[in-house]
Design a protein around this ligand. Structure first.
Ligand code: NAD
Ligand code: UGA
Length: 465
């Protein structure tokens, strides 16, 4: 079989960009991305590529190049499954919010629905690719469903987890550190692996395409995220120690990161990691370990989450403590709401939890983020169910002008490391604020000395004030 037609179920942060890059690099293959969310598909099809639903530097151009040629976005899931030789499943796999494993296990109901739909619709043999991040051994569930509910065709199941990071998705997809493909070790499995290798080989050097058994591939994805998050929690734990000892976390990070065995990346102390995956994937790893009775393994990884929760809470507490132990009725300005720069994604962003903590203390919050829409901020807060939507709208305002957001406030808190924040007219911001004017830099982003010379009281993560 030579793959001529690909379908991807799920047009989200992974499905959209990944398929756009495959379509760009493989112009002879028809790629159709399908989703049940009509609004999302309509946005992917918007004539103006500035309106596509995922903001990623460079993505608009890639979509514009291939869309309508060999890249299509559609809500006709059945039609696309029927046509495809290879089907990627790239649907959401959030933490379960109910029942057994609530708060830890991955909710696989959307994955199962996809498998059942593929089985119902498929008339010919197909390769099914797990693109979503899944618990180790999910491939056996998929196989079971496909074989028992299908109409006779054969299915090969591959695991091909995605390692892109948001904000750099296009770059990560064009020049990945590696591509990982897991499949069964029999002849059919090896042939299927080769089909997928051939697709990536259009632009990825062969030595960067790793092939493994399916279970190693599934587990490696959870492990990679756990390792990355563990580095952030490790450096964040030390940032607290720095604040008590006059050591400086940036200096410590540099000193340890120059050891080639440690390496310099992912050592940036912050207000806490966010994003849709780190927490969910570690919780999943913890859950899986516990189901095998491996409690020490589970406890070890759980600590990464506990440290992250602590970091978010302690940032909020520091604001309260510094503002004379009360923020009631005080305006605090948030620069940034996204979980990192260069994305409009706010899932699990530290900003949400810091805001929630301050709102419990009756502060007013003004939010400015260059890419996050106002309704998203309120959706994030409403979803917590800490207070009713009216209260959230009473105490929180969103602004489209950063200077307006900072006007009349007691403190500015930097929650996301957007580059543009460094270029602001900080004298103007200072002049418009109540005094003493505080800056709480949750990202170690701003020039501390410059702010101090203007008159700000500056508080950064990981160094004493
Ligand atoms: P997302 O929520 O942005 O997108 C998932 C899409 O799937 C949604 O648009 C949803 O409507 C659609 N969907 C759900 N069930 C469907 C069905 N039965 N039929 C058709 N469409 C359906 O999620 P995402 O961020 O793209 O993540 C997808 C997966 O990739 C997750 O498992 C995640 O852990 C993993 N992942 C995410 C990232 C990231 O940076 N966001 C990176 C690597 C891996
Ligand atoms: C992460 C991984 O980096 C990707 O490889 C993976 O594919 C993805 O999760 C996923 O599975 O979803 P992402 O969450 O998009 O990507 O972004 P990261 O750059 O990893 O940042 C995650 C969080 O950690 C952000 O809140 C970021 O601000 C924070 N972080 C990161 C730090 O606080 N310090 C650092 O040094 C690095």
């Amino acid at each position: 079989m030579k793959v001529k037609n690909i379908c991807c179920i799920g047009a989200g942060y992974v499905g959209g960009p990944t398929m756009a890059v495959i379509a760009k690099k493989c112009p002879e293959i028809k790629v159709t991305v399908v989703d049940i969310n009509q609004a999302r598909i309509a946005a992917w099809n918007d004539e103006d590529v500035n309106n596509i639903p995922v903001y990623e530097p460079g993505l608009g151009e890639i979509v514009a190049e291939s869309r309508g040629r060999n890249l299509f976005f559609s809500t006709d899931v059945d039609g696309a499954i029927d046509e495809a030789d290879m089907i990627f499943i790239s649907v959401n796999t959030p933490t379960k919010t109910y029942g057994e494993g609530k708060g830890q296990a991955a909710d696989l109901k959307w994955i199962e629905l996809c498998a059942r739909q593929i089985a119902r619709v498929a008339k010919g043999d197909k390769i099914v690719v797990e693109k979503s991040t899944l618990p180790v051994r999910t491939a056996s569930t998929l196989k079971d469903i496909l074989e028992h509910t299908g109409n006779g065709p054969h299915f090969q199941i591959l695991s091909n987890p995605e390692f892109l990071a948001e904000g750099t998705a296009v770059q990560d997809l064009l020049e990945p550190d590696r591509v990982l493909i897991g499949g069964s070790q029999d002849e059919g499995g090896q042939k299927a692996i080769q089909e997928l290798v051939n697709i990536y080989a259009h632009w990825v050097p062969k030595e960067k395409i790793l092939t493994t058994n399916v279970w190693s591939s599934e587990l490696s994805k959870l492990t990679a995220n756990a390792y990355l998050a563990q580095r952030v929690s490790s450096i964040n734990s030390l940032s607290e120690l720095c604040e008590h000892t006059e050591a400086d976390i940036n200096e410590v990070a540099k000193a340890i990161g120059t050891d080639s065995r440690i390496g310099p990346k992912f050592l940036k102390a912050s207000v806490g990691f966010g994003g849709s995956c780190f927490q969910k994937d570690i919780l999943n790893l913890v859950y899986i370990s516990r189901t095998y009775g491996l409690h020490e393994v589970a406890d070890y990884w759980e600590q990464v989450i506990l440290m992250n929760d602590h970091q978010k809470r302690r940032f909020a507490k520091k604001i309260i403590r510094t503002l004379y132990n009360t923020v009631s009725g005080k305006k605090i300005s948030f620069l940034g709401w996204a979980f990192k720069k260069d994305t409009n994604d706010t899932r699990e962003s530290a900003a949400i939890y810091v805001a929630d903590y301050l709102l419990n203390e009756q502060s007013y919050i003004a939010v400015f983020d260059p890419k996050v829409k106002s309704e998203q901020v309120f959706m994030d807060l409403d979803r917590l169910n800490t207070r009713n939507p009216e209260e959230n709208r009473k105490y929180v305002k969103t602004e489209t002008d950063p200077y307006k957001a900072c006007e009349g406030s007691h403190a500015v808190a930097v929650l996301t490391e957007w580059d543009e924040f460094t270029g602001y007219d900080w004298q103007r911001i200072y002049d418009s604020m109540l005094k003493p004017a505080h800056v709480f830099d949750g990202r170690n982003l701003l020039d501390k000395d410059k702010l101090k010379s203007i008159g700000f009281q500056v508080h950064v993560i990981g160094s004493s004030d």
